[in-house]
Design a binder for this molecule. Structure first.
Ligand SMILES: C[S@@+](CC[C@H](N)C(=O)[O-])C[C@H]1O[C@@H](n2cnc3c(N)ncnc32)[C@H](O)[C@@H]1O
Length: 300
């Protein structure tokens, strides 16, 4: 598995305030950076539950965490199903839940599902079995109305040329179905102004991101995960979430605020915790990271 630099490691572990004998969930195992730090804090006691939607990450965890003194349960599943994972491993709730959102870059290229605009593949973009999804990326591009396509490009991709791209998609598909990643790149290329093609990020990045988020209902999954997590916490338990995307951060902020308003718990920090300048210098990806932490009330 490609080297992944764990972001906000110390901050996240401190935020979870892990005590020996507690039950802790890492809902995004990845390359185990946070998972190992959680296990260190558990000092051989308690229960560790690890989840990742990526089977390779879970298989890696299973082989790496063999022989841990702490009881380890692992699950290949979307974190939206955290209730099932916890229920399969422990009776009752848990004391800490961490999610470090995002996908590692090596998960995207060349897996045949069309996540990368650099490889010519069919436009599928599902993380799981495509048959289990209501629609794939090609369905959005070839059947959705222009307005709806524009809405996801703007809302999920924060694409400033969403209107022009949506219009070009409709025009292109009248002539021929948009079937592959390169078909789509050509449509975007024709839609956006030339200065945009010289920008820091590739002109297709935001459209691809928006389609991926829509196909996998990533924001819906995050919101469901947050609500389930708060429900599944023991009294004084904590949920810590690291986001890299402004819309995801907004979802976390709003859900946490709603539960504070309803007197279910408190925010551990009013403002999100962000990486130090030294961390950002060492790892550019940390730049947009935000950590928010919620603590459930002692009496619930
Ligand atoms: C940024 S990485 C986590 C890195 C990890 N904390 C570490 O230190 O190595 C994010 C991981 O979350 C997983 N992931 C993303 N969205 C998910 C979801 N909805 N459900 C379960 N896993 C998800 C990805 O497969 C990826 O392995």
């Amino acid at each position: 598995m490609k080297e992944h630099i764990t972001v906000l490691k110390e901050e996240a572990i401190e935020a979870l305030a892990i005590k020996p004998n507690s039950y802790v969930v890492d809902a995004t195992l990845g390359s185990l950076g946070h998972a190992r730090a959680i296990l260190d804090a558990l000092k051989g006691t308690g229960i560790f539950i690890g989840i990742d939607a990526d089977k390779t990450a879970v298989m890696h965890a299973e082989s790496e965490l063999q022989g841990e003194q702490t009881k380890v349960c692992t699950f290949t599943s979307n974190f939206r199903d955290i209730r099932d994972a916890i229920g399969a491993c422990v009776d009752g709730g848990v004391d800490g839940i961490l999610a470090d959102l995002g996908w590692r870059m090596d998960q995207f290229g060349g897996n045949g599902r069309g996540f990368s605009f650099l490889v010519d593949e069919p436009l599928i973009m599902t993380f799981g079995d495509p048959h289990a999804y209501p629609f794939v990326a090609a369905d959005i591009l070839n059947t959705w109305e222009e307005d709806n396509i524009q809405t996801i490009l703007r809302g999920y991709g924060e694409e400033r040329f969403s209107g022009r791209i949506a219009r070009h998609i409709i025009e292109a598909r009248r002539k021929r179905k948009i079937e592959t990643t390169f078909d789509l790149v050509k449509v975007i290329e024709a839609a956006v102004p030339s200065f945009y093609k010289q920008g820091k990020i590739h002109y297709a990045t935001r459209t691809f991101q928006a389609l991926r988020i829509a196909v996998n209902d990533e924001f819906g999954a995050l919101e469901h995960f947050l609500r389930e997590s708060i429900a599944l916490l023991n009294p004084s338990g904590r949920v810590a979430v690291i986001t890299f995307h402004s819309i995801e951060d907004r979802i976390v902020k709003h859900v946490f605020r709603e539960y504070v308003h309803d007197h279910v718990g408190v925010l551990v920090t009013k403002k999100p915790i962000v990486p130090t300048r030294a961390e950002i210098e060492a790892n550019k990806r940390a730049r947009s990271a935000k950590l928010r932490v919620f603590e459930k009330n002692e009496k619930v």
